[in-house]
Design a protein. Structure first.
Length: 94
């Protein structure tokens, strides 16, 4: 049986746009392994509209550059290898 210290802690994804900029800020809380991440931004149809690889995510906020996108709701996914670590939604307004 695993102790509480050996169990993987859940990761929480917080995402928010920088108003007036083409930047999305991400905060990954509970990330236990500092390995490369793949971040994808999807529209409501599930189409990837932006993608970025983060080689050394660390424990700070991540700046994710996004193209000029229409107003709407988008979903941000974070993968480490083939493992989905988290998903969050973000509303882009002009």
């Amino acid at each position: 049986m695993e102790s509480a210290d050996e169990q993987a802690s859940p990761m929480h994804l917080l995402a928010w746009p920088d108003s007036g900029q083409r930047t999305l800020w991400l905060r990954l809380e509970g990330l236990s392994v500092n390995k490369p991440l793949q971040i994808k931004l999807l529209n409501t149809l599930g189409t990837v509209v932006a993608s970025q690889k983060i080689v050394n995510p660390g424990n700070s906020d991540i700046q994710f550059q996004i193209p000029d996108l229409p107003v709407g709701i988008y979903y941000c996914t974070v993968y480490q290898g083939n493992v989905l670590l988290g998903i969050g939604s973000v509303s882009l307004v002009k």
